[in-house]
Design a protein around this ligand. Structure first.
Ligand SMILES: Nc1ncnc2c1ncn2[C@@H]1O[C@H](COP(=O)(O)OP(=O)(O)O)[C@@H](O)[C@H]1O
Ligand SMILES: [Mg+2]
Length: 182
């Protein structure tokens, strides 16, 4: 892996261009699957406009669980499951939500086959599992969620939220741990 040649590029993708813009980063530690779900839910509740959210971290890190929380926070009532085989699931909440899983893409250029550029331009919340595989396609303004897993501890996760751009930095600053279920 590494050194991919990108044959196509979404208009809004910035690849590795360095642009200075506001950014906010926060580290959360969760100690159970429920806490990860609730963190996602609290993020989802703060979303009232289109957003691209890139989830990264190894298999089993909790990406799908976090995405399920975001969906609930957006008012999605369907059961949300990982679209590993179909790449994309669409849900309806306060805003449309697309859950995309690019794990099975062999090369970022294949993103074209699943219509990722078009999805990224929708007036929707677009949540992408394994977003690091398509980093060159990600918009400059977005939220990144990096999930780390300490091998010595099965049930804890380090979750780093980074909001890029003024609006998303503001959202990341407002995410609470909020333990109240909804
Ligand atoms: N703190 C935690 N946060 C998230 N998941 C956890 C945590 N502790 C244990 N788990 C378990 O890890 C798994 C995460 O699965 P999933 O969300 O499908 O991961 P991914 O989509 O990253 O592959 C679940 O089986 C969940 O019960
Ligand atoms: Mg998953």
């Amino acid at each position: 892996m590494g050194g991919h040649i990108i044959h196509m590029k979404c208009d809004i993708g910035v690849g590795n261009t360095r642009v200075s813009q506001p950014r906010a980063t926060r580290l959360f530690k969760t100690r159970s699957p429920e806490e990860t779900y609730l963190l996602g839910l609290n993020l989802g509740r703060l979303l009232s406009r289109p957003a691209v959210i890139g989830l990264s971290g190894p298999l089993g890190a909790g990406k799908t669980l976090f995405a399920r929380g975001i969906a609930r926070g957006l008012g999605v009532e369907d059961y949300v499951k990982s679209p590993s085989f179909t790449f994309v699931h669409e849900h309806r909440g306060r805003l449309p939500m697309y859950l995309v899983d690019v794990y099975r893409l062999n090369d970022p250029s294949e993103a074209e086959d699943i219509g990722l550029c078009e999805i990224l331009e929708e007036e929707a919340v677009v949540v992408i599992e394994w977003a690091d595989k398509v980093s060159a396609l990600m918009p400059q303004e977005r939220i990144d969620v990096a999930m780390k897993w300490d091998a010595g501890d099965e049930s804890s996760r380090d979750i780093v939220l980074t909001g890029h751009g003024y609006a998303f930095a503001g959202i990341v600053e407002r995410v609470g741990r909020g333990d109240e279920p909804s």
